[in-house]
Design a protein around this ligand. Structure first.
Ligand code: DQA
Length: 166
């Protein structure tokens, strides 16, 4: 999903100029199964519903939103590396199970220095102890967790406000 809305722009508080803001939403392993995967934890909405909701939010806030999902750590790292040179301004990241385990995926974020918000559908701190540690949170601008797919909408709002205040 890539939504370009040229009438919309985020005005930078720093110099008053208008620029289009490109937000990349990255979903890690098993999030392709949203809707059918443990719906009592992750909700009944699919990834396609999430894409629609973010497209609508993007239209309102005036950013472009692209979504990427992979089960492959290698592909996820490659997408983050590519984001370092493709005009991505901000990343909304749900690393899924890699949150608690992947040093290489974390290192990709440290390497590109693109600001990002970590999101989770569930609240990992209310779950098993092994989910209480994130390898990403200390690099993130912030973390939104526990609100189902609304976590992503809140994160998009926060991303726009963060970028506008730069
Ligand atoms: C998750 C939480 C992780 O602990 C889990 O491994 C996921 C999804 C969430 O969105 O709640 O796959 O990131």
């Amino acid at each position: 999903m890539a939504t370009a809305l040229d009438k919309m722009a985020v005005r930078s508080a720093a110099n008053g100029t208008e620029t289009t803001v490109n937000v990349l939403v990255i979903n890690g392993p098993n999030l392709n199964l949203l809707g059918s995967r443990e719906p009592q934890i992750y909700g009944a909405d699919t990834l396609a519903v999430l894409a629609d909701r973010l497209a609508a939010a993007a239209q309102k806030t005036g950013v472009t939103v692209e979504m990427f999902q992979s089960d492959s750590e290698r592909e996820l790292i490659a997408r983050v590396q590519a984001a370092g040179g493709d005009g991505t301004d901000f990343i909304i990241l749900n690393p899924a199970g890699l949150t608690h385990a992947s040093v290489p995926f974390r290192d990709a974020f440290a390497a590109v220095s693109i600001p990002f918000i970590e999101v989770h559908l569930s609240n990992p701190y209310a779950r098993e102890p092994f989910r209480h540690r994130s390898l990403f949170s200390d690099l993130a601008v912030g973390v939104v967790a526990g609100f189902g797919i609304r976590s992503y909408e809140f994160a998009l709002e926060a991303a726009v406000s963060h970028l506008a205040a730069r």
